[in-house]
Structure formats: structure tokens, C-alpha cells
Design a protein around this ligand. Structure first.
Ligand code: PAF
Length: 283
């Protein structure tokens, strides 16, 4: 497996891929790779000759310094996981902060036509500026034909699609289904930090989303939101930050349901000090 620590070498390698007329898929990650990432990479390998995986804990997208410091960094086991998928067709880019940002570790300010003001944008100051900055920079360095993002971060996926459209970046952005543990918990690098009792409690999030989906068939968005809020208020370990039913196109909270629109329920929950997010398509 070829691992690049700096962009100059990676750029030269991508040049050879391009001159050989081979296709390149791309899965950007912050490392601590799990089966959810593996599913994106496997999807990429189905449709491209090579898949580049970036492993970079991007400082500008964290609004909480403790979260940044505690974010798991597991390069050796990440490389092992990738080698088990494919030694020959995966390229790793694991840069330093300096290779990406030079001396200015700051993000650019982006407008994503309002998508950035909803949900995660309300609770994580500057988060989507940081995500836009790193993803745009990685797209410019890696120059993939296709990129793959998980629907667990559905708002991020929509924002990346908007970024690509606004800046005419020549890459296809593909959304991939949420990969779940057997008990329903959405795969996340943060899950490894859950204490056992919180890990045992966490599948309640997906269970509640499923019941919310069922209720949405007959009840208003407001009634479902109230019901979910009550379930978490009565839960001993999990603390609800938000539950929102939103229009999938605008991500705006739904006031009145229309059968011409598609909706999704989005949730953010604290399990101790670990923040977990999830979402489900409702219709
Ligand atoms: O989803 C993530 O892991 C990150 O937000 C991303 C897309 C790799 C950018 O740092």
C-alpha cells in the first residue's frame, strides 16, 4: 500500500494515474477507520481503478478543542484495515497539518445557500466552514473522478454537493447508506470512546428514530418531535441535543407536511460527553 505524507508526492502519483487514463475514487476520512469507512471504500473500488483515502483530523472543523485533542488517531490500525481491503488499489494520503494549511490553520467562510444554518450549523459554530475548507483543498490535491460520503453526516453530504456545484469542482459526489452495528448504532469513530454502559444504551437512538418514522405516517412533525423529546427526557443516560424533522432539499424544519416532499429525521444526542448523530428517511 502506498502511503503519502505530503501532497507533492501524491500529486505526482495522481498525475501518473491520470496519464494512464485510470479512474480515481476518493474517500476523505479523519481516520479511526471502521466498517462504515470500509463500505465507502469498497463502493469506490467497484467503480474506479484506484481509491485514495485521506486520513487527516482536520482542526478547523472542531468547535471544541477537547474533542479535537481526544479524537482517536490510529494510523497503524487504519493502514491494516485498508491493506485487508486492497494492497494494490488503495492509496493513502495522511498529511500533516502543515502540509494542508501551511502556517495558517484557518478556514475560509462559505455560503451553502442556507444549508449551513440548520441543525449541526446551529450547534457547531464554524463547523461547515472547516469542512468546506478541507474538502475543497483535498479535492484540489487528489483530483478524484468520484468521491464517497456516508449519509450518517447527511447535512455534510448536502453541503459538499453544494460546494462542488458552486465552485464547479469536477468530481461526482456519491452518498452511501449508513453502516450500522448489528444493534443499529450508526458506525462512528467516536463510538470507540463510549464507556460500556453508554455503548449499551446508544442503540436506543436508532430504535427511537424507527418508531418516530412509524409515527410520522399518521402524526404531525410536531407531535412526533414532542414524543421523541419525551423519550429522551425519561432516559437515564442519553441526553437529546436536537431532534428535527426536515425537508431533505432545504434541511429546514418541517412545519406542515406535504405528500409531495421528502422528509428526514435528524438527531444529535450526548452519551456522557460523546456526541452522536444519526438520521432516517421518513417517506
Ligand atoms: O466526515 C468526516 O470524517 C469529515 O468531516 C471529513 C469529510 C473527512 C472532512 O474532514
Amino acid at each position: 500500500m502506498t502511503i503519502f505524507k505530503n501532497k507533492t508526492d501524491l500529486i505526482a502519483f495522481v498525475d501518473t494515474i491520470k496519464s494512464d487514463k485510470k479512474t480515481l475514487g476518493f474517500v476523505p476520512t479523519m481516520g479511526a477507520l471502521h466498517q462504515g469507512h470500509a463500505s465507502l471504500i469498497i463502493e469506490g473500488l467497484k467503480h474506479n481503478d484506484f481509491v485514495a483515502v485521506s486520513i487527516f483530523v482536520n482542526p478547523t472543523q472542531f468547535d471544541n478543542n477537547e474533542d479535537l485533542v481526544k479524537y482517536p488517531r490510529t494510523l497503524d490500525s487504519d493502514v491494516e484495515l485498508l491493506s485487508n481491503i486492497s494492497e494494490e488499489r488503495i492509496i493513502v494520503y495522511a498529511p500533516t497539518v502543515e502540509d494542508i494549511y501551511g502556517n495558517d490553520v484557518i478556514s475560509t467562510s462559505f455560503s451553502y445557500d442556507g444549508l449551513e444554518h440548520e441543525m449541526e450549523g446551529r450547534f457547531r459554530d464554524g463547523h461547515f466552514d472547516g469542512v468546506g475548507t478541507i474538502v475543497k483543498r483535498l479535492f484540489e490535491i487528489v483530483r478524484p473522478d468520484n468521491s464517497y460520503f456516508g449519509e450518517k453526516d447527511f447535512q455534510q453530504l448536502m453541503i459538499i454537493k453544494k460546494l462542488v456545484e458552486k465552485y464547479n469542482i469536477p468530481v461526482k459526489v456519491n452518498g452511501c447508506k449508513i453502516f450500522r452495528a448489528k444493534d443499529g448504532l450508526a458506525m462512528s469513530s467516536r463510538n470507540t470512546r463510549l464507556k460500556p454502559e453508554y455503548r449499551a444504551a446508544a442503540p436506543f437512538i436508532y430504535k427511537t428514530l424507527n418508531t418516530a418514522k412509524e409515527k410520522f405516517g399518521t402524526k404531525s412533525a410536531n407531535a412526533v418531535t414532542k414524543w421523541v423529546t419525551k423519550q429522551f427526557a425519561e432516559h437515564d443516560l442519553l441526553e437529546l441535543e436536537y431532534f428535527i424533522i426536515a425537508d431533505v432539499k432545504t434541511l429546514k424544519t418541517v412545519k406542515r407536511k406535504s405528500n409531495k416532499k421528502s422528509y428526514r429525521a435528524f438527531i444529535a444526542v450526548y452519551a456522557d460527553d460523546i456526541r452522536l448523530i444519526d438520521n432516517i428517511a421518513l417517506n
